[in-house]
Design a protein. Sequence first.
Length: 243
Amino acid sequence: MMERKSGAGISGSTLKIIAIIVMIVDHTGAAVWSRLPSLGYLVPDVMDIEEWQAIYQVMRNIGRTAFPIYCFLLVEGFYHTSSRLNYAVRLLIFAFLSQLPFHYALLSHSVMLNVFFTLLIGLLTIWGMDEADRRLNGRSLRPVAWIIKIVFVTAGGYTAFQLKTDYAYSGVLLIVIFYLLYRQRLLSLIVGYISFIWEAYCLPAFILIWFYNGKRGLRMKYLFYFIYPLHLSLLYVIRRYLL
């Protein structure tokens, strides 16, 4: 991975904190701010519906920055973790722990699996691709390796789509792009953003990633794992009992 000079740029922990903050802003907009008009909180002397809508849209747009950063950090973690199996197990555990808070805070009546499931499927996809490269690294076997990698990408995207995970196959594809272009930072960001162009407001994520300096920064391995279900649980309590 192309790295910045030591001391310059943005560390992994800083990227993670930024992603968490914008995610909370986004989810607050979706879970709490979105309910204000129907509950009669808006009055002309305080805020009209147009102002409410503008603020709501800004909150949701801010949140588009989070997911690409999580995908990028997932690939970084994939290359630096001491145990890929433990990494996958952690994602699986928190995927199940987060599902009810995710459902009740953000979805109500629809069915979708939270982003941990998407990240897990993406991790398993690039793990399979990496194993294909490692085991079939002879020149004569490279075409076979690529066929197997295409199968893994197809299976990962299809699984995410069928399970209706958050961001679904597009999320898996972005993880794959960061993996395949791991040592070509600029190209990975350009291709990644193009693949995610339907979420145009996610551009700040790719700009921030460009300034990543390859350093871990503060030790906060489990910060996202715990904050994700906890902040969704809090938003549900606010949505259900305080509004």
